[in-house]
Design a protein around this ligand. Sequence first.
Ligand code: C5P
Length: 262
Amino acid sequence: MRMLTPRKSIAIFSLRVALVDSNPYNHAMTASSAYFALVPAAGSGARMGGERPKQYLPLAGQPLLFHALATLCSVPRITRVFVILAPDDIEWSRHDWSSLGPKLAPLFYGGATRAESVRNGLRATAAQVQPRDWMLVHDAARPCLAPWHVDALIDGVGDDDDGGILAVPVTDTLKRADESGKIGATVARETLWQAQTPQMFRHVYLRRALENHASVTDEASAMEALGFHPKLVAGDPTNFKVTYPVDLLLAGWILQHRGDET
Ligand code: C5P
């Protein structure tokens, strides 16, 4: 077990004590926590190079964003699915989302970075959730999320306050480049994992983490900076992030053939 620095231990302890103190009925500490999804979808998708933001590119007959939202809405344990859109988003209203049902809640609070979009989403949802409820933050750009990925994460984390993330063990041999672009070192891959989403944390801790650490590329990094040790829950490589045009073809194939293997 890794040791916390005294400063971090005190910070986490104070945060937990503050949470108990701020809850006069203390019922949220004992009642079972609800699960909410929060999907940042306010990026421009510059690396895709298209006119339209990545989350609205056509994929298997729907906007790319539709697929992850459909999965999250279909998971019975998830109460609501908040989607964080850019304040000047003009695409959302052009599509029909009604088949996803009443769980879906668009919020036009996106920020300049992914972390800001998530932080804004946590601020905007604070009145609708209990401090200890779980937020499952999922990239809109991972359309091949399946219900069994979500269930694996929720079951894998359980009630552990450290939360956790879906991830896959690294399979390639990894090289560290030197300044001249040659191999400086080979990095042992045995303990390395690739982080995916959803990443699942209690609302109160995640909000505190992102209010204090805004320059992170995932939620787990902000939680780690606060001294938490999120769990790595094994997902699978189909839940990859669509980044380049070729990824869209692969995602389309996976969505089309899903279920063939059973
Ligand atoms: O650009 P990238 O693929 O890393 O974005 C990951 C996720 O974060 C996407 O779902 C994207 O829409 C979202 N994002 C956001 N606000 C930003 C930048 C990215 O919600 N300012």
